[in-house]
Design a protein around this ligand. Sequence first.
Ligand code: ATP
Length: 745
Amino acid sequence: MDLTCTAPPVSTSSQQVMFMSGPCLFSSNSDTVQVLSQLVFPGSDPLYLVSLALLCSQIETPGGAEQQTMRVYLRVRPFSKEELCDNEDQDCVVIENSQTVTLNAPKGSATMKSSEKGVGTSLHKFSFSQIFGPETTQAELFEDTVKSQMSDFLDGKNALIFSYGVTNAGKTFTIQGTPKDPGILPRVLDTTFHHIEGNQYEGMDLKPYLRNDAQYLDPDQVKQERSAKVAIFASVKEVRASYPREVSSSALQVFLQFLLSPSLVLASNPTDTGSSQFALWVAFFEIYNECVYDLLQPSLCSKSKKRSALRVCDDGAGNAYVKDLRWVNIQHLGEASKVLQFGNKNRSAAATKMNQSSSRSHSIFTMKLLKIDDGTVRRISEFSLCDLAGSERCNKTKTIGERLKEAGNINNSLLILGKCITALRNNQTDRMKSSYIPFRESKLTKLFQAVFCGKGRASMIVNINQCASTYDETLHVMKFSAVAKQVVQVIPDKPLESLAPCLVGRDGKPLVRMIDNQALESYLSEEELLDEEDEGDMSLLPQNELVNMIESLRTKLLAERRKNLVQEMEIRKEMGDAMIQQLMESEELRTRQIEELKESYQEKLENTFEMYKDAIKEHAYQSAMNNLEDDYVPLDEFIVEQEKVEVWDDRFKRLYKEKCAVERMCEDKQQVTRTKSALCISLLYVISLILLKMFVVQLILSLEKRLVELSETLKKVRDGFLEKSADLAALQRQSDDQVSQSQWE
Ligand SMILES: Nc1ncnc2c1ncn2[C@@H]1O[C@H](COP(=O)(O)OP(=O)(O)OP(=O)(O)O)[C@@H](O)[C@H]1O
């Protein structure tokens, strides 16, 4: 019986809530799970609750939902010639059997150094769902890994494959391959087209909307879709024309031949498509530095335009989707290859513009298969292939500036992915413990939360190389994958056909919706229906029994509430611890980054200095070379010139000699002059001496004369004195005589 209703503005998932919460699907224990999971992931959708309930309450899976650990495959790529020349082959990776591999630390690796110090071991053993050695072909890998997910996708279930590994380990080769050796993605497309062949919906008026719904397009919108598609394909033609003809055409031919080759179609019987029709829509985007960029936006090709980041939004039912992402309807394999080429071209163009290598971003190619019956979308299944960025850590890579930021973001999103996987695993192993799962902390995990939580099957292909130089990083990748391998996934065995997507119109408002009652019944398990009957019986019980039952239920409820409270407190504490831990880790990371930044600046400075030195040397050399070119003369002219130079040289020498002679003469003359002068000076000196002597003699003579005169004068004075004295004496005597006479008298 078909149930027709005018759907209220709610999404598919909110209708799932109705299905779940009607009959008593969960035991009291699983009710706890529901409360808890709403605490941990507010808005998480009920299908996830089913999976969590299965994990936590150990109850049998209703309707036979399948539980299995996540499939983790290992692919070891062969050595390149250069790597062999560089002595990278040191038996680091030894494949023991199809599921076990041993890693031997090479000399000089950090692991070996730690083991020599007694910390850890140099030998590590890992097991995988399956190991693919260097000789594995792309076809073999596809057969043994993707096939089961491929059938899931065609049966209406979701699938996710992501390739993980260090840079240059072969992730892109595995996902996309090369034109001559196509990888998983072209093979998935090939198989899908083979499956829907003859039943393709050509209307292009039913398009994916939000995460799980579909939108009805009016003729104008269809026209817009067609012209956008034409623009993309036209641009791809231009790309092809820009390559040398023989290369582009032959490579493309091989790729298209591959795509069209029936031999590569899945060996399994394609599911019977009945009268249903199918539409395949694809999107291609990348996450770079925690920003989502659409790789199918034509504007990206123009050099001047800056590409704009898209938002990751919630559809209201806990499902993340990329808002305004371009979805392209593809009708055949040729179109698929063009879309892929266009996206890759955009990716490398953007990478060049931003000076990044494409391996620095996570690229995601998503296909949505719409199953359409009588113009109504019955179900939508999704297949995403995610080529993760290289997993190397920033302490190894010499990262500066933008590189550091990008390495930080890559490491962060991979770290969050790792944390989600670890938390999922922990929650599953210790069911009393519900750790916070940080899906919403990175765009990558936010987008794939639904798949991890039971809305599809995820598998991981771990790519490694065998190089000794990247051993430590490879070991890190292997440890991460060992955790991933333990995650249990709950995959509903039925397609979500009963939860038919909500069909919305141009304005995004829901249109009339059909619900297949048969599918609805098949979705509700026998147990659930029996529960409903039990509920009916209860009303017939006597009043006292009902009162008792209410009492016991109240007691149970109180006990549950108490338990919930304790668990909530534990969760809050764990979340707090996790946040503190994360803060400490990010602090440590920042410190390390600053240290590295310092080191790298130092190194950069030294390099720049060296560069300048080299440039100056180069410049000097170039100038010398240029001068050499400018001054070039033929040999004959050179000899003539040389002879002239010799003549001039002789002349010059002669002149030089003459000049020297003249100089010598001048010098002699000067010498004579100097001698003459010296003689004159001597003569003058002698004359002056003579004159001086004469003057002195004269002086002496005059002094002598004066002395004589003075002596004479003195003599005269003395004589005069003597005379006078004699006179005086005579006078004295006279006087005495006179006195004596007088006395006598
Ligand atoms: N299985 C393989 N067989 C042969 N060649 C391979 C294989 N895997 C990878 N290669 C080659 O190794 C090189 C590196 O591979 P690829 O570019 O896929 O690495 P990657 O991990 O995607 O690197 P990045 O993270 O930098 O994008 C390429 O030249 C590729 O062709």
